[in-house]
Design a protein around this ligand. Structure first.
Ligand code: 13P
Length: 251
C-alpha cells in the first residue's frame, strides 16, 4: 500500500552554497512559511551557517527545521576538516543528509561508510536522510533496481527505524539536469524501495521515501502526488526563498 499517511517532508539541500548574507533568504523563507503546517520543511545549509540559521529560527519561533549535509562517524578527534554528529546536534539541527551521490562520487564514500555515519547519527537521535540513486549507466544497463537494492541493504545501519530514517531516491542523472525522472520512473522506483524495505527490515518498516532530482515549483505537485512519494529533496530550487516556497505553495 502506498504510504500516504506520513506527513510530507520537504528538504532544501543547499550543497556548497551560501554565505553570511544568505541569512536574508532565510528571513524571507521564515516569513513565507509562517502559515505552513501541512509539511515538515527542513533547510540544510552548509555547516558554517547552521548556528546563525538556528538562532534566527528560534528567535522567530518558526516551525522550519534544520539539517546538515553530512557528518563524520566518529564523535571527535584527529579528523581535519570533518564535522561530527555531536557538532551538528550542538547547532540544534535535527536532520542529517547522508550518502548523497555527490559525496559517494566526489569523496569516494562507500555504502559501508554511509552505514557507519548513519549509525553514529542515529545514536545521537538525529533523523537520517539516507540517499540512494543509480547512474545513467546503471539505468541504461537495466541494473537500477539491483544497484538501489544493494545501496539500501548496505547503507542502512542495524537498528534503523521508521522514526529515525528517511530514504531519499535521487537518480544521479536527474540531479541538476533540469529534467526530473518521469512520473512512471519515480513511481516504479519508490514502489520498489518501499517493498524492498518492508521485506528487508525485520519489523516490516515502511519508511518515508522522498524524491530528489530537478524538483521545481512547476513539477513538485505532480511528483508529490505520485504513489509512494512522501516528500521532496530539493537542490538548486531551494537556494532562493521564493523558488523554495514556490514548491511548498504548489503542493
Ligand atoms: P537539484 O534539485 O538541483 O537537481 O538537486 C537535487 C539534489 O541533489 C538534492 O540533494
Amino acid at each position: 500500500m502506498p504510504n500516504k499517511f506520513i506527513k510530507p517532508i520537504i528538504v532544501g539541500n543547499w550543497k556548497m552554497n551560501g554565505l553570511k548574507s544568505s541569512i536574508d533568504e532565510l528571513v524571507k523563507l521564515i516569513d513565507l512559511c509562517s502559515k505552513n503546517t501541512k509539511f515538515d520543511v527542513v533547510i540544510a545549509p552548509p555547516y558554517t551557517l547552521l548556528h546563525s540559521f538556528n538562532d534566527l529560527i528560534k528567535k522567530n519561533e518558526s516551525l522550519l527545521k534544520l539539517g546538515a549535509q553530512d557528518c563524520h562517524h566518529i564523535a571527535s578527534g584527529s579528523h581535519t576538516g570533518s564535522v561530527s554528529g555531536e557538532m551538528i546536534k550542538d547547532s540544534n539541527a535535527q536532520y542529517v543528509i547522508l550518502g548523497h551521490s555527490e559525496r559517494r562520487i566526489q569523496h569516494k564514500e562507500t555504502n559501508e561508510l554511509v552505514s557507519k555515519k548513519a549509525h553514529a547519527a542515529q545514536l545521537l537521535k538525529l533523523n537520517t536522510i539516507i540517499c540512494v540513486g543509480e547512474s545513467l549507466e546503471d539505468r541504461s544497463n537495466g541494473n537500477h533496481k539491483e544497484v538501489i537494492g544493494r545501496q539500501l541493504a548496505d547503507s542502512l545501519p542495524n537498528g534503523f527505524t521508521n522514526k529515525n530514517t528517511i530514504v531519499a531516491y535521487e537518480p544521479i542523472w536527474a540531479i541538476g539536469s533540469n529534467n526530473s525522472a518521469s512520473k512512471e520512473e519515480i513511481n516504479q522506483m519508490h514502489k520498489f524501495i518501499a517493498s524492498f524495505l518492508l521485506k528487508y527490515s525485520k519489523e516490516n518498516y515502511s519508511l518515508p521515501i522522498i524524491y530528489g532530482g530537478s524538483v521545481t515549483q512547476f513539477n513538485a505537485k505532480e511528483i508529490i502526488n505520485i504513489d509512494y512519494v512522501n516528500g521532496l529533496l530539493v537542490g538548486g530550487a531551494s537556494l532562493k526563498a521564493d523558488s523554495f516556497f514556490g514548491i511548498i505553495d504548489a503542493i
